[in-house]
Design a protein around this ligand. Structure first.
Ligand code: C2E
Ligand code: MG
Ligand code: MG
Length: 723
């Protein structure tokens, strides 16, 4: 295309240049023609004037007048006029005529004409004679004009012979006239040609050719033309510069062609580089899949196309379950290998017709479109989850990961890419909350829940700031005597306009939003202050894993103990095992620092999660708390009892004392005490209560002891199990 445009332009430029050159050339030719014509007209006139001047010299001459009138002498005439015609430049024919026009003497080229004189005395010459003879020639008795003789074309003149004074002492009928003719012989014409620089000048029959000048007789009749060969200087110059211009045009053409070719190649290269750069910017280096930017672009394009043709676009948002643990446990190199292996597996499952991207970390995105996109998405999600049922082999190591998926559909492309991503992400979180290893379709109610959660977070933040978080205390009793030995501090929040909110609800929100740092310290400081009023009691306070993220956590805890002036040995910090699974190294460090302060650490909720006795040994816990769920399972039969007995025995064998939580019935209390728990906690002994209530309880220690005695009696009566 560009080449065609360029060729057309080149041809146009060439034709303009050549046309301009032609115009300049023809104008130069024209100027030269004009100049030649003017020169030739002047030359013809000069030719005639010269003859006139010669004739004047010869006729207004006293000697000639004396030899014509005073003592007529033909011999003088012959030697002065006739002989002069020989090889003369001035005239080649001389004829002396009497008053009647009869020739008295006639010479041509130095020879007498004798009988041939009539060939010269043409009517035109006689016409000149008549003009002079009749006195019509004016002041000077002389007439000039071009005539045709038998010899050719020539300039002719007739004049009256007279003395210089002009006075002739004779009557008119004795007057003598002299005629001269100067022929335009070929040699004469040649001389003119040279003298006036008119190349190729020739005498030709009358012509109207542009490069000729007409010679006319006195009557006006055209009798001949003088023609010259045009020099055409314009043509010559043009011919001279033409090759140069052609060469210049060729050079310009080649140059421009090169420009087009190089420019084209350069443009293609730039486009290619640009495309490569875009591709690189949209590719994830680790997996070779699209990255987040690539997915965004793909979604944008797919949604636009979906909107145009009315097709659904489905996004599957995947997050691996347990990836972080593997990364922490085996290092980043293994984590990277896992990501690559998962990417390869997903690529096979997803196939050609869909887009696959690694959004970041352990998150992946899959884009489906087309008529049955929704159905295909559900099938795909199910097979992806099934794929993760199998352990993944990474070289020597075998790891197990799961996958939580969120699915969102943009029906007919009505939901744009970023909103689709947000919704699918939210659906994925719903899968996580729902227990991982599943897929969930986005539901608008998720937005509402998120909104409710956000609102709760805002309220919790201000509640903490306003000191509205209170602390209640749950009694912990000695398993044998049932005497109150300790209390567990538990946070309470009464949300304005909503009433009490369970810690199972607001503690996870505080953990997710980072509010747990302030909340945890607020509970600890309240509880420590309270403890200073209960010198005989010990205290348990819960600590969330998130609190360890604050590097100053241990220092802050130390400060609080200092402020409240509490002996750290009286306080147990309760932690769940999650943190020890997630970041074992950091957890160990934090534990060491806390224990260095003199604090003791309990493993809370044992039996609710992974429940590895190994942690007890590994991290050096000072106490284990058996989870409520385990305690309550005791009601279901022997197996549970045996399991509990074994667990407690194991802890005790490691020298770790055990507290049982959630004790609600006397039977549970009996079994737990028998199993080896040294402390019990649960509604049987007291619900979480206000400091005042705890204070009252301390004033009635007999109540609990009586209960213990009753229990011991009942047990011995039923078969002595407790003894
Ligand atoms: P936890 O640390 O295991 O606390 C014991 C929970 O069991 C308390 O629930 C308590 O009321 C309940 N409980 C005690 N005995 C019985 C019983 O006999 N039967 C039944 N059904 N439940 C019993 P609560 O107060 O709702 O707290 C729930 C969880 O919230 C706590 O479990 C703890 O993990 C967390 N939590 C509470 N306060 C704090 C706090 O200040 N900081 C942190 N990090 N977590 C806290
Ligand atoms: Mg606890
Ligand atoms: Mg617990």
């Amino acid at each position: 295309m560009l080449l065609v445009v360029f060729a057309t332009m080149a041809m146009m430029v060439a034709s303009i240049v050549m046309t301009a050159l032609d115009r300049v050339a023809s104008y130069a030719n024209h100027l030269d023609e004009e100049r030649s014509r003017e020169t030739l007209v002047g030359a013809v006139q000069t030719f005639e004037h010269q003859l006139g001047a010669t004739l004047l010299d010869y006729t207004a001459w006293d000697d000639a007048a004396a030899n014509a009138y005073d003592h007529p002498d033909m011999a003088w005439m012959i030697s002065n006029f006739g002989d002069m015609t020989f090889d003369s430049d001035l005239f080649d024919v001389a004829i002396v005529l009497d008053a009647k026009g009869r020739p008295q003497m006639a010479y041509s080229d130095g020879q007498p004409l004798e009988g041939r004189v009539t060939g010269y005395l043409t009517p035109a010459l006689m016409g000149l004679f008549d003009t002079v003879q009749s006195g019509k020639s004016g002041l000077v008795p002389q007439a000039l004009g071009f005539i045709r003789t038998q010899k050719g074309i020539g300039s002719a003149g007739v004049a009256l012979i007279r003395p210089k004074s002009g006075e002739i002492s004779q009557p008119r009928e004795n007057y003598v006239y002299l005629a001269f003719i100067r022929h335009l012989s070929s040699s004469t014409v040649e001389r003119l040609s040279e003298a006036y620089v008119l190349p190729g000048l020739v005498l030709v029959p009358p012509s109207t050719n542009k490069t000729s000048v007409t010679i006319s007789a006195p009557s006006g009749e055209a009798i001949a033309s003088l023609a010259w060969t045009p020099r055409a200087p314009g043509d010559q110059s043009r011919e001279q510069v033409k090759p140069l211009i052609k060469a210049a045009l060729v050079i310009v053409t080649i140059y421009a062609l090169l420009l087009v070719v190089i420019g084209n190649a350069e443009m293609r290269r730039v486009r290619r580089d640009e495309a490569n750069a875009v591709k690189l910017a949209q590719t994830d280096r680790l997996s070779g899949l699209l990255n987040r930017a690539g997915l965004n672009q793909l979604l944008e394009d797919t949604v636009r196309h979906g909107r145009d043709v009315g097709e659904d676009v489905v996004l599957l948002y995947l997050d691996l379950d347990g990836f972080k643990e593997i990364n922490d446990a085996y290092g980043h190199a293994t984590g990277d290998r896992l990501i690559r292996a998962v990417a390869a597996g997903l690529a096979v499952l997803v196939g050609e017709g869909a887009g696959l991207a690694r959004i970041g970390g352990d998150e992946f995105g899959i884009v489906l479109t087309g008529q049955d996109a929704q159905a295909r998405a559900y099938t795909l999600a199910t097979s992806i989850i099934a794929f993760f049922d199998e352990p993944v082999l990474l070289g020597e190591r075998t790891v197990v990961v799961g996958c939580s998926i969120g699915i969102c559909v943009s029906e007919g492309g009505q939901v744009d890419g970023s909103e689709l991503t947000r919704r699918a992400d939210m659906a994925m979180y719903s899968s996580k909350d729902g227990g991982r290893g599943r897929w969930t379709l986005y539901d608008p109610r998720m937005d509402e829940e998120r909104e409710t959660r956000n609102q709760m977070e805002i309220d919790l933040r201000s509640a903490i700031a306003r000191g509205e978080i209170t602390v209640v205390y749950q009694p912990v009793v000695d398993a044998k005597t049932f005497s109150l030995v300790s209390v567990e501090a538990l946070a309470r929040w009464t949300r304005k306009g909503h009433g009490p909110v369970s810690p199972d609800v607001f503690i996870p929100i505080a953990e997710a939003s980072g509010l747990i740092d302030q909340l945890g310290l607020c509970v600890l400081s309240q509880a420590l202050r309270q403890l200073s009023h209960w010198p005989d009691l010990k205290l348990s306070v819960n600590v969330s894993p998130g609190q360890f993220r604050d590097p100053a956590f241990v220092d802050r805890v130390a400060d609080l103990f200092e402020e409240a002036n509490i002996e750290p040995g009286r306080v147990v910090l309760e932690m769940t095992e999650t943190y020890f699974i997630q970041s074992p190294d950091r957890a160990r460090l934090a534990l060491e620092r806390l224990k260095a302060l003199g604090l003791r650490i309990a493993l809370d909720d044992f039996g609710a999660g992974f429940s590895s006795v190994g942690y007890l040994r590994q991290f050096g816990f000072d106490r284990m708390k058996i989870d409520r769920s385990l305690v309550q399972s005791l009601d279901r039969g022997h197996r549970a009892v045996e399991m509990l007995q074994a667990t407690v025995a194991l802890a005790r064998s490691l020298g770790i004392p055990v507290t049982a939580e959630g004790v609600e019935t006397e039977q549970q209390a009996v079994i737990l005490r028998l199993a080896g728990c040294d402390q019990l906690q649960g509604y049987l002994f007291g619900r979480p209560q206000t400091p005042r209530e705890i204070g009252e309880l301390m004033l009635r220690p007999m109540e609990l002891r009586a209960k213990a005695a009753e229990l011991a009696f009942a047990a011995s009566r039923d078969g002595g199990v407790l003894v």
